[in-house]
Design a protein around this ligand. Structure first.
Ligand code: SF4
Length: 362
């Protein structure tokens, strides 16, 4: 009983700070993330969400282009990548064809990521962006994680800044938040030992933000990380956001263990997912948007997540391959109508946006 009273008083103190608009510290974050009082967490996150963005909830119409699944890293967490002999690689003509397909469906936003191919020259990526913009200059391109950008830099001998500047000139509009995983070196050693360090990921993002390229940030949770490591990850993102204001949204990604070398991990439960959304909304006071991707959560949990701090449920996601390779049972795409219904079921106002949160007509 004594223990319960002290947890409740800890929560009230944190609640008071949040309601007064004060920033939470690491200790507060650890208390929040250890709390099993999911409903209190959710209602506090909902207050913060409403204060930040009001009652609108966002989605976008996008098509994914995963240009290759060939990857030299073969991370234990990954069900998508293949070796050179087994994988695929889209030609630039095939990529153009996918863009035309998207345009026929009135999709003007393309999300492009892929594996770390050993032999692709930097020209392929610049040319890819140029060709897409040539088809229609209004197309929005969100492409290449910090991990891919670091790979381009190493392969081409150009600095990170030079790579980013050239990609921007060629048509890059924003960067997705993938590859962040959990920044803890202990965790990375287990789940993605060859990938760039957490510090390097943050450095690439910092350089991009200072060049005027906005990005998202992610955390892949639900494998071997501790709650402390989750909180430290969030705080590292909050620190960088203070410096650059370049993050558009934080996107927690539930780990799907199927078909990975970490298949013995149990994955996440709805409880874990909702707690991460709520805690990140409360702790990340300088992020406007918390994105809960319906594709990772399923449609029903995506509706509930909108009451736990989330204000964006992601995109139509045509042709998504990565999370489905890891066993996600959700469909690979969804209609705009269905996304609108998810949002309306949660009694929010649906608003279509591009990745910079510029509103589009429904
Ligand atoms: S997670 Fe990314 S870097 Fe790691 S193997 Fe998969 S595609 Fe490659």
């Amino acid at each position: 009983m004594e223990g319960k009273r002290s947890i409740m008083s800890d929560f009230s103190k944190i609640e008071e700070k949040v309601l007064a608009g004060k920033r939470l510290n690491r200790e507060d974050g650890l208390k929040l993330i250890a709390s099993s009082d999911l409903l209190s967490l959710g209602s506090l996150a909902d207050i913060v969400r409403k204060r930040k963005v009001g009652d609108k909830s966002y989605f976008n119409s996008n098509l994914n282009i995963n240009y290759t699944n060939i990857c030299i890293f073969r991370c234990p967490l990954c069900a998508f990548s293949k070796d050179l002999e087994e994988g695929y690689l889209f030609s630039l003509e095939e990529i153009e064809e996918k863009v035309y397909q998207g345009l026929r469906l009135e999709i003007k936003e393309f999300h492009i990521v892929g594996g770390l191919h050993p032999h692709l020259s930097f020209e392929y990526f610049k040319e890819m962006l140029k060709r897409i913009k040539k088809i229609d200059a209004e197309i929005f391109i969100q492409a290449f994680t910090a991990v891919e950008i670091d790979h381009f830099s190493k392969n081409s001998g150009l600095s990170i800044e030079e790579v980013l500047k050239k990609l921007k000139e060629a048509g890059l509009d924003s960067i997705p938040g993938g590859g962040a995983e959990v920044f803890s070196p202990r965790v990375r050693q287990i789940i993605s030992p060859k990938k760039i360090s957490g510090n390097r990921w943050l450095e690439v993002m910092k350089k991009a933000h200072f060049l005027g390229i906005k990005s998202n940030a992610t955390m892949l949770y639900g494998h071997v990380e501790t709650k402390e490591e989750q909180v430290d990850h969030l705080l590292a993102l909050r620190d960088l956001q203070d410096k650059t204001k370049g993050f558009l949204a934080f996107v927690p990604l539930a780990f799907h263990p199927k078909n990975t070398s970490l298949s013995s991990c149990r994955g996440t439960d709805g409880f874990d997912d909702l707690r991460i959304f709520a805690v990140s909304r409360i702790l990340l006071d300088n992020f406007d948007h918390i994105k809960g991707l319906w594709m990772y959560l399923g449609e029903k949990l995506a509706e509930v997540a909108l009451c736990f701090g989330v204000d964006d449920i992601g995109g139509t996601g045509l042709e998504e391959k990565i999370v489905h390779a890891a066993g996600a049972l959700t469909p690979t795409e969804i209609s705009k109508k269905r996304l609108v219904r998810i949002i309306e079921n949660a009694k929010r106002i649906p608003q279509e946006v591009d990745s910079l949160y510029r509103e589009r007509k429904l």
